[in-house]
Design a protein around this ligand. Sequence first.
Ligand SMILES: Nc1ncnc2c1ncn2[C@@H]1O[C@H](COP(=O)(O)OP(=O)(O)OP(=O)(O)O)[C@@H](O)[C@H]1O
Ligand SMILES: [Mg+2]
Length: 293
Amino acid sequence: MSRRLFSTLSRLQHENPLGLPRSGAPPQIPRMQRGLPQKRNIKDVRKVIAVSSAKGGVGKSTIAVNLALSFARRGLRSGILDTDIFGPSIPTLLNLSGEPRLSSNNQLIPLSNYGIKSMSMGYLVDEKAAVVWRGLMVMKALQQLLHEVEWGGLDILVLDLPPGTGDTQLTITQQVNLDGAVIVSTPQDIALKDAVKGITMFNKVNVPLLGMVQNMSIFTCPHCNKSTHIFGSEGVTRECANHNIEFLGDIPLHPRICDDADRGIPTVVAEPGSERAETFMAIADKIRVKLGL
Ligand SMILES: Nc1ncnc2c1ncn2[C@@H]1O[C@H](COP(=O)(O)OP(=O)(O)OP(=O)(O)O)[C@@H](O)[C@H]1O
Ligand SMILES: [Mg+2]
């Protein structure tokens, strides 16, 4: 294994933005095969799911990491791939940093914590550095994260998607055989409208929808113990019925979930006996059964 120097400035070439050393000549693609990329499996990974929502800040990364950890707690070999090139969250959520090493065949070796493997753009650039890249460079980097990581045998890989239905989402759905997508939304209309765009996108590219998770719907006051539906309560169940997809569960708005995320010990690890952790586990169990794991 060797250590690799990564620099966003010194590698301004689209073919290899992560600066992975190459062994041998680059593959020759016959002209006839150019055009739309072929969908491929991620090597050594049995099932791949995406956690998505076209809306930003609804809790995708928090839910993705807690699901990956829940799968591991059920004995599955689990991993998480942060596909957010501009705003990676997984290093913070898993309290991991440092440059990944390379395997003997120049694949990135994932970093692990709490029993799951992970890969993120955040390991490859300095925490405070901004990635200032145009679309093609971003797509190429994403392709490398999708296909040049040595997962070393996983039952399930969770992809944490950035918000939107743009280039990243399209690249992922066109290049990877996804076993399903989980849509996260908060219950208010402004979030749901974007979540529906996400549903439409996955339907368009024939990725099965595993269901929707409603986040931050209920808040129980720690002082008076009264519960309030701050953003409404029915939004996600209504859209599930409208689109004939399963309602996977309801994660409460709770300060501990945010605290756990900020200090890099996600809820299912930090407070495994809590009702909140059980909710994450129950959602993961539903997904596991759907995937036949
Ligand atoms: N159920 C919850 N209770 C309290 N805080 C939460 C909850 N879910 C998420 N948060 C907090 O909300 C913020 C946004 O969450 P997160 O980063 O997971 O969202 P995201 O959808 O991945 O955002 P982005 O679109 O930027 O990728 C974080 O500070 C997180 O800790
Ligand atoms: Mg995120």
